[in-house]
Design a protein around this ligand. Structure first.
Ligand code: NAD
Length: 288
C-alpha cells in the first residue's frame, strides 16, 4: 500500500517507521524530520498518491485544518485514518468532509503510548464504515496488537475518552491509596502484592505501578519521565468532560480527576512529568 503519514511526533514517527518496513510511506511534518521516512514538502503532497493517509496530530482544530488541505488532494476512495486523540465532534466533522470528497474515514485513537508505538503493540479504537475499517486493518496489524471496531464515525474517540477517564480516576485512586498505606505503616511491596491480585487491581496498579521499585518497570522507575505525560492525561480528561457536557452525562469522578490533573499540571510541578507522578504529589501533602 502507499501510505501518507502526517504528524511525525513522539507517536507518529515510530508508527510510520514500523509501516515503512512493509509499505511505501511518505511523511509530512512542519517540524519533525524522523530518520528513515521519505518526506514530502506539504501535507497535500504526502496525501495525493496514497491509498491510506494517516494523521497523528495534537488536536481537533489542527486535524480539521489538515483534513481541509488533504481531502481535495486525495485519490478517489482512498481512506483518511486519523489516529490522533481529538474531540468526538471533530472526528465526525472530518468523516463528513471525507464523504463529501468520496473518501473513506476512520477515527482510531490509540492506547499504549510511545512504547506501544515503537513496539507495534498499540490498541486502536476505531469508528467508521466496515469497508474503510477493512481497508486499514492490515496497517493496524503492523502498528498494533489489537483494533476494535466500535461503530460509526466518532465512536473510536468516544471509546478512547471513556477508557482514559477510567485510567485517570484509577491512577489517582492508586496513588492516594499508596500514600494512605505509607502513613498506616503498610509496606509498598505488600500493598502491591495484595492489591494487584485483589479487587482493587487495575492497569494503573498491575502494569504501570506508580511506586518506584514495585511491580513491572514503569515511568516511576525512571524518575517519572513520561511515559504518558500528565498534560496528555489532562487533555483526555478535558475531552471527556466536553463530551459529557454535550451528551448530558453525569461524570463526577471524571470531573474530579480532570480538576486534580488541571491543578497538578497548571499550578504544581506536574507538567512534563508522567501522570503517575501523582504519587509523589500526594506524598508531599497533608489532609486539607
Ligand atoms: P507530538 O506533539 O509529539 O506530535 C505531533 C506532531 O504533529 C508534531 O511533530 C507536530 O510538528 C505535528 N504537527 C503539528 N501541526 C501539524 C500540521 N498542521 N501538519 C502536520 N503536522 C503537524 O504528539 P504525540 O505525543 O505524537 O501525540 C499525537 C497524538 O496522539 C495526540 O493527539 C495525542 O493526544 C495522542 N496520543 C499520544 C500518546 C503519547 O503517549 N504521546 C498516547 C496516546 C495518544
Amino acid at each position: 500500500m502507499k501510505v501518507g503519514f502526517i504528524g511525525l511526533g513522539n507517536m507518529g514517527a515510530p508508527m510510520a517507521a514500523n509501516l515503512a518496513k512493509d509499505h511505501d510511506v511518505i511523511g509530512f511534518d512542519p517540524v519533525a524530520r524522523p530518520d528513515g521516512i521519505t518526506m514530502a514538502s506539504s501535507a497535500a503532497e504526502a496525501a495525493k498518491d496514497a491509498d491510506v493517509v494517516i494523521t497523528m496530530l495534537p488536536n481537533g482544530d489542527i486535524l480539521r485544518a489538515v483534513a481541509r488541505e488533504i481531502h481535495p488532494a486525495m485519490k478517489p476512495r482512498a481512506v483518511h485514518l486519523d489516529c490522533s486523540t481529538v474531540d468526538v465532534d471533530s472526528a465526525r466533522a472530518v468523516a463528513a468532509l471525507a464523504e463529501e470528497h468520496g473518501l473513506g474515514a476512520i477515527d482510531a485513537p490509540v492506547s499504549g503510548g510511545i512504547g506501544g508505538a515503537a513496539n507495534g503493540t498499540l490498541t486502536f479504537m476505531a469508528g467508521g464504515s466496515d469497508a474503510a475499517f477493512q481497508t486499514v486493518k492490515p496497517l493496524f496489524d503492523i502498528m498494533g496488537q489489537k483494533a476494535v471496531h466500535c461503530g460509526p464515525a466518532g465512536n473510536g474517540q468516544a471509546a478512547k475518552i471513556c477508557n482514559n477517564m477510567i485510567l485517570g480516576v484509577t491512577m489517582i485512586a492508586t496513588c492516594e491509596a499508596f500514600v494512605l498505606a505509607d502513613k498506616l505503616g503498610l509496606d509498598r511491596q505488600a500493598m502491591f502484592d495484595v492489591v494487584s491480585t485483589s479487587s482493587g487491581s487495575s492497569w494503573s496498579m498491575n502494569t504501570y505501578c506508580p511506586a518506584p521499585g514495585i511491580g513491572p518497570v514503569s515511568p516511576a522507575d525512571n524518575n517519572y519521565q513520561p511515559g504518558f505525560a500528565a498534560e496528555l492525561m489532562l487533555k483526555d480528561l478535558n475531552l471527556a468532560q466536553m463530551a459529557a457536557a454535550a451528551a448530558d452525562a453525569d461524570t463526577p469522578m471524571g470531573q474530579a480527576a480532570r480538576d486534580l490533573f488541571a491543578q497538578f499540571v497548571e499550578t504544581e510541578d506536574g507538567k512534563g512529568r508522567d501522570f503517575s507522578a501523582m504519587l509523589p504529589r500526594f506524598e508531599k501533602r497533608h489532609r486539607p
